[in-house]
Design a protein around this ligand. Structure first.
Ligand code: FE
Length: 332
């Protein structure tokens, strides 16, 4: 009730021509409204800075930003996956910023080396297995899922999804093109079904007995577990003796043609701060990038793991190679 009352006040304030805000920030967000609005409301309450935002899919938002050019009202872009952030940076819509606050709060491997975007939540793309048909001891790595022992037992999400493009990009970074292609060919040979349109469907196929293992972002596992308590699935952290679990980010940057660049940078710094990180990650069952902040208790209960320390920027740099490789390997 209190929350409703507050948001109404914010909207009224934003629309009233009589109230002049000292500052405002305009945000284009590919992150869903229910994940960002509670934070924006808090920021406005704490600082008096108004935040106007629109949400859309990452592709259309980036196109819009590019098409608007200098005339864009957007001060900040929030999107998911380093591949998308890399694309935004490449297309010139993000400004290079130097911020000791952001550099302290966001680990170097989770942000653009040139300061055009900064990770704000960390997501782990890991193995989920059937607790009825798989012993965790049988599992070891992403690479091992290419072994013939998993023939007819593997389900995967489509290669069209940027999450898998980033995962394969990380395999290219570790194993080179040929090595990565061997692995992906092995996955394809082991598939029990055509690739699924999303992570949840792939997990449901495992639960239903269509296959035994899949690869998903942990927050989808969290949502499914919440919807279907006791579902016979568990998370496995692969590559713990080697490269670590594949991670990615959602993140943000200040736009190249921001009308309120200082205000946008302050908001970005706040989103990376200990005050905001618990909610920014926790609302989506992700991991805070700011290591001073503990994950949400549900997330923490999944245990700790060694994460891949590869700069997530590589996922973007190698994305086109990853797409071509998956195509060659017959991964649809
Ligand atoms: Fe997602």
């Amino acid at each position: 009730m209190l929350r409703l009352a507050l948001s109404v006040t914010v909207v009224a304030t934003m629309l009233s021509p009589l109230v002049v805000h000292a500052e405002e920030v305009v945000v284009y967000s590919a992150r869903n409204e229910h994940l960002i609005k509670p934070l924006f409301d808090r920021y406005t309450q704490e600082t008096g800075v108004a935040i106007r935002y629109i949400t859309d899919k990452e592709g259309p938002l980036l196109q819009r930003l590019a098409a608007e050019g200098k005339r864009t009202p957007a001060d900040m872009l929030i999107t998911v996956d380093a591949g998308n952030l890399w694309h935004a940076a490449q297309s010139g819509v993000l400004a290079e910023i130097r911020s000791p606050v952001l550099e302290a709060n966001v680990p170097a491997n989770l942000r653009d080396p040139q300061g055009r975007w900064f990770g704000l939540s960390e997501r782990a793309r890991t193995i989920v297995y059937s607790t009825e048909r798989v012993q965790p001891g049988e599992l070891s790595s992403y690479e091992d899922l290419a072994d013939p022992k998993w023939k007819g037992r593997l389900c995967l999400r489509t290669s069209k999804k940027v999450y898998n493009q980033s995962l394969v990009a990380s395999l290219i970074a570790r194993h080179g093109d040929d090595g990565a292609e061997q692995i992906v060919r092995g996955w394809v040979a082991n598939l029990a079904a055509e690739p699924f349109s999303n992570d949840t469907k792939a997990m449901e196929a495992v639960a239903a007995g269509q296959c035994d293992v899949t690869i998903v972002n942990t927050y989808y596992f969290g949502r499914l577990e919440k919807d279907r308590p006791g579902i016979p699935l568990a998370l496995f952290w692969p590559n713990q003796d080697g490269s670590g679990v594949h991670i990615n980010v959602s993140g943000a940057g200040v736009t190249a043609h921001a009308k309120h660049p200082e205000a946008a940078q302050k908001l970005l710094e706040w989103l990376s701060s200990a005050t905001a990180q618990g909610d920014f990650a926790g609302l989506n069952m992700e991991y805070p990038v700011n290591k001073a902040v503990a994950p949400d208790p549900i997330v923490a209960a999944w245990g700790t793991f060694k994460a891949d320390d590869l700069n997530v920027n590589e996922a973007g740099r190698l994305q086109a190679d990853a797409i071509r490789l998956m195509d060659r390997a017959g991964y649809r």
